[in-house]
Design a protein around this ligand. Structure first.
Ligand SMILES: Cc1ncc(COP(=O)(O)O)c(C=O)c1O
Length: 255
């Protein structure tokens, strides 16, 4: 079970493993409250729940009370709750990771990846934190050929140089927050973002805006949600190029 719009691989992974995939509903602004999430988990009684925070594609973070409520609600179906923090390094300062909920919650898993903040998607390294019972069980079912020795060496080297590799994170967060506040000023509707991208609505013709941006060399993402686009925060000058072109398009009536 997960709560769309969310990471598009969850249903694909479910179908690839012959697993029934059920979806919960978010509120109109893509939010998810503890009560609403828990009620839906009780109704569906899933075996696995994916909670993506910050959520792809909306960028919104879940408060820990949502994770706690889903965990409690999943007790009856012994649900494993996987909190996907792929974008966790981009949380606003003070937004807590679900890692702190792990003690005493043997059905909880927190997963992360080196693909985003470490800019190491090509290495294909992810990792998780969970109770030893869960990690031991995973060792039994993982594929027999594990991460290559080269991949493991790359990950170890990346961890040794984490400060250097994560140095851009703070700069990207500044641009992310700048995009949100400038889009609000332009009368658009950005979702609050704790990720390295901003999902925004208020568009009548996202296709035309997408094309207009592309003509200026700015590639954003149409994630197929009506009236919305998603833009990734880049360097200061890349962000300026995006905002400048968007202002031109809006002034020309392309919206
Ligand atoms: C929310 C989320 N989780 C997990 C992943 C998977 O990352 P990777 O397979 O590159 O480690 C992604 C990649 O886009 C993602 O957006």
């Amino acid at each position: 079970m997960s709560f769309p719009p969310t990471y598009s691989m969850y249903p694909l992974l479910a179908s690839g493993t012959g697993t029934r995939y059920v979806t919960g509903k978010r509120s109109g602004d893509f939010g998810l409250t503890a009560e609403a999430a828990a009620e839906q988990v009780r109704e569906q009684a899933p075996n696995i729940v994916f909670l993506c925070t910050p959520n792809n594609p909306t960028g919104t973070a879940l408060s820990l009370d949502v994770v706690e409520a889903v965990y409690e609600a999943g007790a009856a179906s012994r649900a494993i709750v996987i909190v996907d923090e792929a974008y966790g390094e981009f949380f606003h300062a003070g937004t807590p990771s679900a890692l702190q909920l792990l003690p005493g919650r043997e059905r909880l898993i927190v997963s992360r990846t080196m693909s985003k903040a470490f800019a190491l998607a090509g290495a294909r390294v992810g990792y998780m934190a969970a109770a030893p019972e869960v990690t031991d069980a995973l060792r039994l079912v993982r594929l027999p050929y594990h991460l290559s020795a080269i991949t493991q060496a790359t990950a170890n080297a990346a961890l040794e140089h984490a400060d250097a590799l994560l140095a851009n994170v703070e700069a990207i967060k500044v641009q992310r927050d700048r995009i949100v506040s400038e889009l609000l000023g332009l009368g658009l509707k950005p979702a609050p973002s704790d990720a390295n991208f901003v999902f925004f609505g208020g568009l009548e013709n996202p296709r035309a805006v997408w094309e207009g941006l592309l003509e200026a060399g700015v590639l954003v993402r149409d994630v197929g949600i009506p009236g919305h686009l998603r833009v990734t925060a880049g360097t200061e000058s890349e962000t300026s190029a995006f905002l400048g072109r968007l202002r031109e398009l809006l002034a020309a009536g392309v919206r």
